[in-house]
Design a binder for this molecule. Sequence first.
Ligand code: A2P
Length: 329
Amino acid sequence: MVIALIGATGLVGRVMMKVLEERRFPVSSFIPCASARSAGRKLEFNGAEHTIVTVEEAIEARPDIALFSAGAATSRQYARSFAERGTFVIDNSSAWRNDPSVPLVVPEVNAHTLNANTKIIANPNCSTIQMVLPLAPIHKRYGIRRLVIATYQSVTGTGVKAVQQLENERAGIKGEMAYPHPIDLNCFPHGGDFLENGYTAEEMKLVNETRKILDSPEIQITATVVRIPVAGGHSEAVNIELDNDFHIDEIRQLLHKTPGVVVQDDPINNIYPMPKQAAGHDEVFVGRIRRDHSVNFGLDLWIVADNLRKGAATNAIQIAQHLLDNKLV
Ligand code: A2P
């Protein structure tokens, strides 16, 4: 496979390289790209040095797959040029996610939406990926009527500058601000731009992308996205109202059996998912599994994952693996 990586110097781009290496993805030729600022610099992949090239050069190379993680503007500008030349684009930005002709894929949930003609494929938003993985089997079995979500999101979801801001604040250094406020010893209910409906862009991603991936536009969803001074992963408190009654042990069993999900639910012994422990892992961790007694058929879950891995890089590489395993590429 000839693989191009657009955004190779970014946080997600670097994890994508690591995941490709760890999974021994069959890469015959690797083409790293970044902005013009980085072109000519070298980076190491699979034990060899590679020179960063411009996106235009990568398009001409007609790679089999182009992994994009360089922001929505870059994806909008270049994804079609790759696709027109026969390259599969797996795009980690928000550029194509709401396009009805573009599959939005969490492979364990809806890989069936991929085929040889879906040349542009959207990788969902990090907080959506980790939420729909455990929710999909619950939805299939009991039907999800409504979701009330609060997220506690890592600064790594914002990119290199945000991690730098947190580190600067902790070291007492005055530097560039990625956020409108200090993040260390703080938290704010602000992820992405504020929209006219009062929600933020990150909150609406949870609403729209969850409906699309679960193929259920009728699910009622409200979300509050909160940024916290943590680097290892995103956490989510998810309140679920189901259409049908359930037994809490059945939910636990269902989650135990779900590929990619790890149940960590022994609160008496202080065992529940935490970002510090999820960091560096590909699985989604679920705990605090309990009935919500305030409504009929209510359920509460606490869901944690490394947002750079299953929330971004790992999911993208799993999509690439699916294309390969099913001889679509
Ligand atoms: P560069 O390092 O040259 O700026 P993050 O989200 O972690 O901040 O990373 C963003 C990634 O997107 C980086 O690899 C960055 O490269 C890359 N990038 C930004 N703008 C462009 C562009 N116009 N074309 C290609 N890559 C870009």
